[in-house]
Design a protein around this ligand. Structure first.
Ligand SMILES: Nc1ncnc2c1ncn2[C@@H]1O[C@H](COP(=O)(O)OP(=O)(O)O)[C@@H](O)[C@H]1O
Ligand SMILES: [Mg+2]
Length: 287
């Protein structure tokens, strides 16, 4: 049996949008959908209170799982749906589940948090730690665009996001736009000396194409566009996201402190993209 798609639910509208996304993904993959709701322990004065079977919070957890299961079944009736009510730390539990999931899906916001936030702590925590693809869903798109966007830094040593991007594009019959943005350091004088910017732009384009060539050979049916921009990668990816069904990025690149769990591009795209974002961390990482 293939691994399930897992989705975290908390009774919020954003989580229900995540359920729709996850049910659709499970239907395409032909795998099960597992709904997970986590209750954090009640701790007062250092003492942890056990929940009794008739605890109202437990009942509410069961109710919102049943509501989410009904939404999934209405949307994609051919998908087998299971629901789990678990106790513990939400991010830890979802990250543990991600180890045995085809994909882990959460909403960009939930029930709690500060109203103005673009991304809740669960989305940030799971995208920052879980292995495999983590999809953070913001709203339910009105139309299918037929295009996915993936960010590529050709200097990275591994490209789990590109693997996932080609798999998804193939499964959806969607076009795939590979976006690479580059710039000179702001204090640079390179622009004024030969060989100049055109040379750098062409070299970047060539490098992107070379790095992509194994995937272009492996997925001849996927229509690929290679967009190389001079500018900021977060801006390039977020602008392109307006016409995409999904933006896919790696969890971090070369440019971050090794202890950072998310690179600045992944972090920025999670906050500002207008469509769902997949952050893909390698399943076996040496870092
Ligand atoms: N208790 C929970 N159990 C399972 N998933 C959850 C839980 N709380 C939040 N999530 C998931 O994380 C998403 C983001 O919620 P969260 O980060 O808590 O945002 P907020 O800070 O707005 O509450 C939700 O849409 C849902 O998918
Ligand atoms: Mg919350």
């Amino acid at each position: 049996m293939s691994e399930p798609v897992i989705v975290g639910v908390d009774g919020s509208r954003a989580a229900l949008a995540a359920v729709l996304w996850a049910a659709d993904d499970a239907a395409r993959r032909g795998c099960d959908l597992r709904l997970v709701h986590v209750e954090e322990p009640l701790v007062f004065g250092g003492q942890v209170y056990e929940r009794s079977p008739d605890d109202p919070v437990r009942k509410e957890g069961e109710r919102l799982l049943a509501e989410a299961a009904a939404v999934a079944a209405d949307f994609r009736g051919n998908v087998h749906v299971s629901a789990e009510l678990l106790y513990g730390h939400i991010v830890e539990i979802l990250c543990a589940q991600a180890g045995e999931a085809a994909a882990t899906v959460v909403g960009s916001r939930g029930l709690g948090g500060f109203a103005g936030l673009l991304l809740g702590s669960v989305g940030l925590g799971v995208a920052g730690h879980a292995v495999g693809p983590v999809i953070v869903v913001r709203g339910t798109p009105a139309v299918v665009q037929g295009e996915l966007v993936a960010g590529l830094d050709p200097e990275d040593a591994v490209h789990p996001a590109i693997d996932y991007a080609f798999e998804e594009a193939q499964a959806r019959g969607a076009r795939l736009r590979i976006v690479h943005a580059w710039d000179l350091p702001s204090t640079s004088v390179v622009a004024r000396i030969p060989p100049g910017l055109d040379f750098i732009a062409q070299a970047r384009q060539g490098h992107v194409h070379d790095v992509l060539s194994p995937w272009l050979k492996r997925y001849p049916d996927v229509t690929v566009a290679e967009s190389v921009f001079r500018g900021n990668p977060i801006a390039a990816l977020c602008e392109t996201s307006a016409r995409a069904d999904l933006v896919i990025v790696g969890s971090r690149g070369r440019g971050v402190i090794r202890s950072a769990m998310l690179g600045s591009v992944s972090h920025g795209v999670l906050q500002y993209a207008s469509c769902p974002v997949a952050v893909v961390r390698p399943r076996r990482s040496s870092s």
